[in-house]
Structure formats: C-alpha cells, structure tokens
Design a protein around this ligand. Structure first.
Ligand SMILES: CCCCCCCC(=O)SCCNC(=O)CCNC(=O)[C@H](O)C(C)(C)COP(=O)(O)OP(=O)(O)OC[C@H]1O[C@@H](n2cnc3c(N)ncnc32)[C@H](O)[C@@H]1OP(=O)(O)O
Length: 237
C-alpha cells in the first residue's frame, strides 16, 4: 500500500534501451509463467525434480544479485507512463499475471483472458478467489479509466456456474454511478457459450490521502474527464 508518494521517476533519456529492457523483463515473466505451469503439471520424479530445483535456486540467486528491497509500487517514467509492472493481474513483469488484456468500450472495459492449471480451484475450474480478482481488476480499471482510480471498498461476487480453465473468457466492466469520490461499477465473466459464469458489483473509493492529486470530483459518471495521458494517480492494488 502506498502512502501517497506515487512518483518514482524512471528516466527515459534513451527510449530504445528502456523498450529493450521492458521487452526482456516481459520475456522473463512469460518464461517463469511457463515454469509455474510446468511445475504444477509435471509428472517427472526424482532425481529430475531435485536437479531442476537446484537449477532454479541458482537462477533465483542470479536475479537477486541486483534486486529491489521491497515491492515495486507504482513507478512513473519520465515520459509520463505509469509502470504498474508488478500487478498480479496484468503486470508485465509478474509471471502469475494471466495477463488480462483490456480494451476500452462503450461505458467501460472489456478483457479477454484464459487461465491454466496454476489457477485451479474445483477440478478443471478457476479458483473462486481468482475469479473475484479478475472482476476486481476489470471493474477497477473501468473506474480508473473514467478518472476515478479508487481502491476497492467492496466487491460482491456471485458465482453462477463453474468458470472453466483453458477456455477463452471475456470479462466486461462498466460504470453504473459516480458520487463524488465513490464510483459504483458492475461486470461479469462470460464463457465461450455466452453464459455468465460470475458477476460482481463493486464500489471503488479514492482514499482521502489521494484526493488532492486528482482535483475536484463531480456528480456523475459522464462528468469525468479521463486522466491526462494516463498519468494520474493509480492505486497499488
Ligand atoms: C487500475 C487500477 C485497478 C485496481 C483494481 C484492484 C483494486 C484493489 O484491489 S484495491 C485493494 C483492496 N482494497 C483496499 O485495500 C481498500 C482498503 N480501504 C481503504 O483504503 C479505505 O477504507 C477506502 C479507500 C475504501 C475508503 O477511503 P477513506 O479515505 O477511508 O474514505 P472515507 O472518506 O472514510 O469515506 C468516503 C465515503 O465512502 C464511504 N465508504 C467508505 N468505505 C466504505 C465501504 N467499505 N462500503 C461502503 N461505503 C464506504 C464512506 O461512508 C464515505 O461516504 P460519504 O462520502 O457519503 O460520507
């Protein structure tokens, strides 16, 4: 959780090297994501498991030779880009991020995603906590894109039917109402057959300590302008 100190400037004197670094960070995250999936699904036995464990330990040591002490938080590069790279739902540096791919649509956002073996709850199905996490992120992103990047005050999730692993799922989030610093949102996850598997109603609130960074709130959703260049305050989920 941030205390309101958002900006950790990341210099962009050389945009090409930053792009290359980010590409490499993304490649690493995807490779480790495959490692997570393989770790869950492998049927290998000893001594292969012992050998792989030793090799992974060596790689961990290598990465930690140069690493940040605590969590990444929200970084802002000097070209104004928000760097939410650790986010477990969509962070480009986080191997457990599915990742969620968001697009803006009328009144909210739409996200397509598919989850594998590492997210299993009931056999063959997505764990309910991850179902809620997807809804939280998609509805929260819809709120942020309307210029009200609040923290989740509540997320009421209803599970209608199993959400299957390995299928192409769509999650939609929309803004229902804005009341000052409070933004009410709702959304659902839909399976390839068009059936709703889970739905949620949520309230996001911009906490008092963040309000001065966002200007004056207005009365309803339509009144909000999007944050300039996506550089507004964004919460650490
Ligand atoms: C792109 C980004 C996408 C992000 C998606 C993911 C988001 C997350 O997962 S965030 C992590 C989970 N959530 C948290 O950790 C939040 C923890 N709670 C808090 O920080 C605060 O309690 C918070 C932000 C909810 C409220 O902030 P605070 O500064 O205390 O607000 P406060 O001024 O007391 O209350 C504002 C209004 O909201 C109301 N309110 C506060 N909490 C709640 C609640 N839980 N339910 C209903 N109303 C509430 C108050 O009654 C008040 O109403 P009114 O203005 O009508 O009097």
């Amino acid at each position: 959780m941030t205390d309101g100190t958002f900006v950790s400037p990341y210099p962009v004197e050389d945009p090409q090297s930053l792009a290359e670094l980010e590409r490499a960070q993304g490649d690493l995250a995807r490779a480790v994501g495959r490692l997570v999936d393989a770790t869950v699904r492998t049927r290998q036995e000893r001594p292969v498991l012992d050998e792989v464990t030793a090799r992974v330990d060596t790689l961990v040591e290598r990465l930690l030779e140069q690493a940040q002490e605590g969590p990444l938080g929200i970084e802002t590069s000097s070209d104004g880009r928000l760097r939410d790279h650790a986010n477990p739902m969509l962070g480009m540096r986080n191997p457990i991020a599915p990742p969620l791919v968001m697009t803006d649509d009328e009144g909210g956002v739409t996200c397509t995603f598919s989850l594998g073996a590492a997210y299993e709850g009931p056999p063959g199905c997505v764990h309910g906590g991850f179902v809620a996490a997807v809804l939280d992120q998609v509805l929260g992103t819809a709120a942020a894109r309307r210029g009200v990047p609040g923290l989740t005050a509540y997320l009421n999730t209803t599970y209608r039917r199993p959400t299957l692993l390995g299928t192409d799922l769509v999650c939609r989030g929309r803004i229902d109402r804005v009341d000052g610093w409070k933004i009410f949102a709702s959304g659902e996850i839909v399976d390839p057959q068009g059936e709703v598997t889970a739905e949620a109603e949520a309230l996001f609130i911009v906490p008092r300590w963040a309000r001065e960074h966002l200007g004056t709130p207005t009365g309803d959703a339509g009144d909000f302008a999007p944050p300039a260049g996506e550089t507004g305050v964004s919460p650490t989920p």
